[in-house]
Design a protein around this ligand. Structure first.
Ligand code: GLN
Length: 232
């Protein structure tokens, strides 16, 4: 275990895909902000570390980055704890529950049933749980995974795609910010849990992070961060 060299110089390197408001995104001043950013900074500070955010252009390359080690210590990127990912990385205890959203044009009357048909094009962020949901539940439609959530929403706006599936809190946030001609047509109760992904080589770090999260739950810090980003 002494050969494990991450968490160097007191820096916790955190990889995230920064197009996922309100969890992690770049604000108008160019700062990396969001629920996960505040939470990761607080966890790091309780471990005596400073976070350094490492942006990833894609979501689906993040698990491999953590798995191989050497590139980042952890992923904090609204990542759902799944059995498949647990084969490659460890996760902290869950820190937030989430669901998926089916997004269409506000003027559309499409439903889960009508979208599960030949010729329907459904977009999602590549490699995320929304993609897995579409493949399982809309098997007759064509799935079009993209790197960028905003590109998917713009494609629904222009009619290139009939719908998009993405995490519900992100849908709610991004639609209210800049996509008023889109709507959440259906909430999909997937009952996901977000966790912090850590290399399997670093069980001590996973344990320390889970302890910090538990402390933040019990002392009210997590509730403060939730109120800041989601309202009360
Ligand atoms: N929660 C989803 C997943 O884990 C989406 C995460 C993301 O795109 N940042 O797949």
């Amino acid at each position: 275990e002494a050969s494990y060299t991450l968490v160097q110089d007191g820096k916790l390197t955190v990889v995230a895909e920064l197009g996922f408001a309100p969890f992690e995104y770049i604000d108008g001043d160019g700062n990396t902000v969001g629920f996960d950013v505040d939470m990761a900074n607080e966890v790091a500070s309780r471990l005596g570390l400073t976070c350094e955010f490492l942006p990833s252009q894609q979501f689906d390359t993040i698990v491999p980055m953590i798995k191989q080690g050497g590139k980042a210590d952890v992923a904090v990127t609204a990542m759902t704890i799944t059995d498949e990912r647990l084969e490659s990385v460890d996760f902290s205890d869950p820190y937030l529950a989430s669901n998926q959203a089916l997004i269409t044009l506000a003027s559309s009357d499409a439903t889960e049933e009508s979208l599960n048909a030949d010729g329907m094009r459904i977009t999602c962020q590549a490699g995320n749980t929304g993609e897995a949901w579409i493949r399982e539940n809309l098997p007759n439609a064509t799935v079009v995974p993209l790197a960028d959530v905003t590109a998917g929403l713009m494609g629904v706006q222009t009619g290139r795609y009939n719908a998009m599936v993405v995490d519900l809190p992100v849908a709610t946030n991004m639609l209210s910010q800049s996509f008023s001609d889109l709507k959440v047509a259906e909430e999909i109760p997937t009952g996901e849990q977000y966790g912090i992904a850590v290399s399997k080589d670093n069980p001590g770090l996973t344990k320390a992070i889970s302890q910090a999260l538990a402390d933040m739950q019990s002392d009210g810090t997590m509730a403060q961060i939730e109120t800041k980003w989601f309202g009360s």
